[in-house]
Design a binder for this molecule. Structure first.
Ligand SMILES: [Zn+2]
Length: 287
């Protein structure tokens, strides 16, 4: 089996299909991956370079929304973008919650992060030919972003806010989309001249500035594990209850009060996602 992705299929899928809501929107994933790519060790950066298709031009962030585009090609991958937790409990438990609608264990974003981490650990070994490691890298990079979007670890009955109709200022929207895209896009328009690069730079400055004493804690995985998605999932459902669901019920009008108080949470989750994606890839490609 070839390790290189079917490039033509990938280009067609990437350019030809409309975007669907599956975790951070395009900019959220771009931001996460740009933050990560800057923090890679030399050996991880080389491995990423090797695995990316040529047309990506060594830029991981250009393909960080790929996993959203292959939903039709890989229908089994849809439940891998999120976790449904019991309504109003505000906690997460892998054994209880990480499954798809058929009850298949591990079919959630946390299980997927573990799975693609393990596949990538075969990089450079004789087992590597068992997997398409380009796809493993693109899935992992996308899912570490998704698991940091608070509503990707949301309540079952409202589908992580997809079934809660709100107004984002004057626009009709579902709550999930507000967190995928609207908070980020409104921030870009209002504070960064509609330029995603300026938003990335602002988050980078926080990482090396006011958050610098927390970065080591974000990077750490207990028990010498290579990836620790259950920690991120627990943080997300906590933030979903504390920030996303609060004051946002069916018919709510979300405007400046909501936007300005939630933007710091989005900034933090994007930063943590980027730092942790880099830390995970650095651990995977240690040699
Ligand atoms: Zn997604």
């Amino acid at each position: 089996m070839s390790n290189k992705i079917d490039i033509l299929t990938l280009i067609l899928l990437f350019l030809g299909l409309p975007s669907f809501s599956h975790g951070w929107g395009v900019d959220g994933h771009l931001i996460t991956c740009q933050i990560a790519q800057n923090l890679l060790t030399e050996s991880a950066a080389n491995a990423v370079k090797q695995l990316l298709p040529t047309f990506a031009d060594d830029d991981l962030s250009s393909l960080c929304s790929w996993a959203d585009k292959v939903k039709f090609k890989y229908p089994w991958s849809s439940p891998l973008h999120y976790i449904d937790t019991p309504d109003h409990l505000c906690n997460y438990n892998y054994d209880r919650d990480c499954k798809n609608e058929n009850g298949d264990k591990g079919m959630c974003v946390s299980g997927a992060i573990n799975n693609y981490t393990n596949q990538l650990l075969a990089y450079g070994s004789s087992f590597s030919s068992a997997y398409n490691l380009t796809e493993s890298l693109l899935f992992l990079s996308h899912f570490i972003g998704d698991i940091h979007q608070p509503l990707h670890v949301g309540f079952t009955s409202d589908k992580g806010g997809n079934a809660i109709d709100v107004h984002w200022y004057t626009k009709k929207e579902v709550l999930h989309h507000v967190w995928d895209d609207d908070i980020i896009e409104t921030a870009e328009e209002r504070f960064y001249n509609s330029d995603v690069e300026q938003f990335v730079n602002a988050i980078r400055q926080n990482i090396s500035g006011s958050w610098s004493d927390q970065v080591e804690k974000w990077q750490k995985c207990s028990y010498n594990k290579t990836s620790c998605p259950d920690v991120y999932a627990t943080e997300s459902i906590t933030a979903a209850c504390q920030w996303a669901y609060r004051n946002a019920t069916e018919g709510s009008v979300l405007d400046d009060d909501y936007f300005l108080s939630r933007l710091p949470v989005v900034n933090l989750r994007l930063a943590e996602g980027g730092v942790r994606l880099a830390a995970t890839l650095n651990r995977i490609f240690r040699q």
